[in-house]
Design a protein around this ligand. Structure first.
Ligand SMILES: Nc1nc2c(ncn2[C@@H]2O[C@H](COP(=O)(O)OP(=O)(O)OP(=O)(O)O)[C@@H](O)[C@H]2O)c(=O)[nH]1
Ligand SMILES: [Mg+2]
Length: 268
């Protein structure tokens, strides 16, 4: 396992051709876009942001959405909202699967549009944070393709949300090189990296170690315990840790281990 699986050793990175191409196209389309809607993962707002987007669109008005807020620690999310506010930005927590939650995005966009009328917004972010789901929520129908895996949206596409509001869906884009080993396993765990790019067992191991330190009271099982409890034991008593790790990742992202935020905002 260590020879090919170690998260730190392996330097997970994922920057396929469609991302490089999307990044170029984003740059081109930016001129006709009024507002950027950046969808972060509320569980890791720092690691799920893309500095390349900041450079590309430094001067565009931007609404920051803390996506998957239903899976994040609500207290930590409030701290992040205050942090963004202090830095002069608006951050709205969103659950892309919840219509009521997405309505708040529509309201924020409406406020930005003011009386000027038409507005074009571009939805950007790393893979699998819920960009397409949020657009579907705004449209109140399933128009953009969504799926629980990274890299579903492959091209730039406009949707007319209201007579005067157009929103562009874009493919999730990661940085060519993920900054830290923590960010690597956390992005793998939260779903921004496709399963075939990392060793799921290692990712779970990192998470269990992290949770022992940060949430010692929480009832978070190690992989072996989880595997036995969930029936991944093989004949002879051995357990199928590989498939158990896949189920573990799914349970984590279904919120079965509670609402967990990995990164905390610096206090004021
Ligand atoms: N729990 C939870 N799940 C969400 C949320 N938003 C989206 N999802 C789910 O996450 C998965 C990914 O959603 P998408 O909308 O396809 O994400 P995306 O950002 O468009 O992904 P790419 O196109 O691959 O970059 C889907 O299974 C959604 O149902 C959310 O706020 N909370
Ligand atoms: Mg998408």
């Amino acid at each position: 396992m260590a020879s090919h699986g170690g998260v730190q050793e392996a330097q997970i990175q994922w920057y396929p051709g469609h991302m490089a191409q999307a990044m170029r196209k984003l740059g081109e389309r930016l001129r006709i876009v009024d507002v950027l809607i950046e969808v972060l993962d509320a569980r890791l707002p720092r690691a799920s942001s893309n500095p390349a987007l900041d450079r590309l669109a430094a001067h565009k008005p931007r609404v920051i959405l803390l996506g998957r807020e239903d899976l994040a620690d609500p207290h930590a999310t409030r701290e992040w909202m205050a942090w963004y506010q202090r830095s002069g930005r608006t951050a709205i927590p969103v659950n892309g699967k919840d219509q009521t939650s997405v309505k708040r995005v529509a309201a924020a966009l409406g406020a930005l549009a003011g009386e000027s009328g038409t507005m074009r917004a571009m939805v950007v972010g790393i893979p699998n944070t819920g960009k397409s789901s949020i657009i579907n929520g705004l449209l109140r129908r399933t128009a953009a393709k969504t799926e629980d895996k990274a890299g579903v949206t492959r091209s730039l596409q406009w949707f007319r949300v209201q007579p005067k509001l157009e929103v562009m869906d874009t493919p999730g884009i990661l940085v060519p090189k993920i900054a830290t080993p923590e960010a690597q396993w956390q992005l793998a765990l939260t779903g921004a990296l496709p399963r075939e790019r990392f060793g799921a067992e290692d990712v779970v191991e990192h998470f269990v170690t992290w949770s022992r330190e940060h949430h010692p009271q929480a009832n978070i099982p190690d992989l072996e315990t989880f595997a036995r409890a969930r029936g991944f034991a093989r004949r002879g008593g051995e357990v199928d840790l590989h498939n158990a790790a896949g189920a573990y990742l799914k349970d984590f992202n279904d919120g079965k281990f509670g609402r967990i935020t990995f990164e905390r905002a610096e206090p004021a």
